[in-house]
Design a binder for this molecule. Structure first.
Ligand SMILES: *[C@@H]1O[C@H](CO)[C@@H](O)[C@H](O)[C@H]1NC(C)=O
Ligand SMILES: *[C@@H]1O[C@H](CO)[C@@H](O)[C@H](O)[C@H]1NC(C)=O
Length: 496
């Protein structure tokens, strides 16, 4: 009775171990796994020993002889390795106590090459050849418009506005959200991203025909309907997407004995204006893991007669692409908030008979099943992606790594539960920066943003529930959004 969940736990542990090594965030190393397994343990150990001895001998050789041409070449070679292996080496190990992983590069300019270990010979001719031959390897996209690193003055204000004290004091009681500055101020920060709404309403300069959004953790669908209202093109029926009307329909159970969770954790103010001029069509893809909630979403959608502008999927978004069913506890009310893989794993260990299997898959794989998202050779812009996953946000982002570069705005939650246990926010912010993202704590009041990228404070590593929103500075069409968010950050620093 208890075997299946335990096996799942093992798999999760294994996944977590892999997650801490961080190998797959770039989505490049997948094929290695299979080859290793096929080769068998003995071959593996043999290979490691041989390669190890080889490297050792090479080092010994360089150590003893050190001819300058070999040394130079050796350095270059090292350089390449460093860049290629970046996905594997967690930056946290190298920058403890300093600003940000990203700040190590920021002493140069963002996007600069990590070239400083190359010894450039005195002769300028030689220098030229070397530079021609060696294309500089950037850890961050060269074309990204990263804002400058926070100044000491800005960091001093951040220290006052988001102090470490309560977060340190309550780190063992992370559910006491009001103890920690960044948690208490951002709890509902992603419920009303009006900087994004203003962007698509007012200054989206894109020529995209279709607005595309992905919501992972659709729950009752309120955010999806609100987004459709705001991002849809003008139509005669301005009340077509009305989340309060949707809400009353969603709560309608037709006399069934099911229970419904009517709570609205973060209210939707509904103040953003309707319809954009920019798009001819809008599409919101909504992924929901809990089958009962999903069924209710389907039923409500039918009542309103919506078409493919609201696309619903019952799936658990995960980090890996070896999709396997996941046990989901089915005794929670429809639309329950606070349920997710941690909750289900725990409940299904105790009550396996009340659990049902739901498919899981990475967002990268799932996208391949949606023609609208694979359009234009997988380059069609994705304007918005929001993740509400009760803790598995990091894993979901890892499973999206192949598509992050075309997502213009991204928000997700930080959490204290075990899903985040071995993960590092510092590390995640660094990896997102490699895809072009600049991230901020998003204030619940909808007015305040505190930049995290290149403005790191060490206590952000303490795990609390909080909201983070990121804009992709490597996508020209999203530049007005970046400017908007930076302006808000500067305005926030002025508040006293
Ligand atoms: C967006 O544009 C509308 C008019 O189209 C204007 O009323 C509103 O103030 C603008 N909002 C922002 C934040 O620029
Ligand atoms: C949305 O629907 C609610 C409930 O049906 C209604 O009271 C409200 O007036 C509608 N809002 C708009 C903007 O039409």
């Amino acid at each position: 009775m208890d075997i299946a969940p335990r096996r799942i736990k093992k798999v999760q542990q294994f996944r977590r171990q892999r997650a801490t090594k961080g190998g797959r965030f770039d989505g490049k190393n997948d094929s290695n796994d299979k080859t290793l397994v096929v080769g068998g343990i003995c071959t593996l150990i043999g290979a490691i020993v041989i390669v190890g001895v080889g490297i050792g001998l090479a080092h010994l050789f360089f150590y003893i002889f050190q001819p300058s041409c070999v040394t130079n070449h050796h350095h270059n070679y090292n350089n390449e390795l460093t860049a290629a292996a970046f996905a594997e080496v967690s930056p946290t190990t190298t920058t403890a106590g300093t600003n940000d992983a990203s700040s190590s590069s920021n002493k140069n300019k963002p996007g600069d090459a990590i070239q400083n270990t190359i010894e450039i010979p005195a002769s300028s001719e030689l220098k030229e050849t070397i530079i021609k031959v060696k294309k500089p390897i950037s850890q961050f996209p060269d074309s990204a418009k990263f804002p400058a690193q926070c100044t000491t003055e800005q960091l001093d204000i951040l220290k006052q506005q988001l102090p470490a004290k309560g977060c340190e004091e309550f780190q063992k009681k992370a559910w006491m959200i009001h103890g920690c500055s960044f948690a208490s101020k951002t709890l509902c920060g992603n419920a009303n991203p009006h900087w994004f709404y203003d962007f698509i309403q007012n200054d989206s300069n894109s020529h995209d025909e279709t607005f595309r959004a992905i919501i992972v953790g659709c729950n009752k669908g309120y955010e999806a309907i609100e987004l459709l209202r705001i991002a849809s093109p003008h139509s005669s029926d301005t009340n077509e997407y009305n989340w309060t009307a949707w809400q009353s329909e969603f709560r309608n159970l037709d006399g069934s004995s099911d229970k419904i969770d009517e709570s609205v954790t973060c209210p939707i103010p509904g103040t953003a204006s309707s319809n954009t001029k920019s798009f001819k069509k809008s599409q919101v893809f909504c992924i929901e893991g809990y089958p009962k909630t999903f069924d209710q979403l389907v039923k409500t959608k039918k009542t309103f007669g919506y078409g493919d502008e609201l696309d619903l999927t019952n799936m658990i978004a995960s980090a890996n692409d070896h999709s396997q069913p996941y046990p989901v506890f089915t005794e929670d009310p429809i639309g329950a908030t606070g349920v997710g893989v941690s909750h289900w794993a725990k409940s299904c260990r105790r009550h396996a008979e009340q659990c049902t299997d739901v498919d899981s898959n990475s967002i990268d794989n799932w996208i391949q099943t949606k023609p609208s998202l694979t359009a234009d050779n997988n380059k069609a812009p994705i304007h918005f992606m929001s993740i509400t996953a009760e803790g598995s946000d990091y894993d979901i982002l890892r499973g999206t790594s192949l598509n992050l570069a075309r997502i213009q705005y991204l928000d997700f939650g930080y959490h204290w539960n075990w899903q985040w246990g071995s993960k590092s926010l510092h590390d995640l912010i660094f990896r997102l920066k490699k895809k072009g993202f600049v991230c901020y704590w998003t204030g619940s009041d909808g007015k305040q943003l505190w930049r995290i990228t290149d403005c790191w404070q060490d206590h952000y590593e303490l795990k609390f529930s909080a909201s983070i929103g990121c804009v992709n500075s490597n996508i020209p069409a999203a530049e007005p959004l970046l400017n908007r968010m930076e302006r808000m950050f500067f305005d926030t620093l002025k508040i006293n």
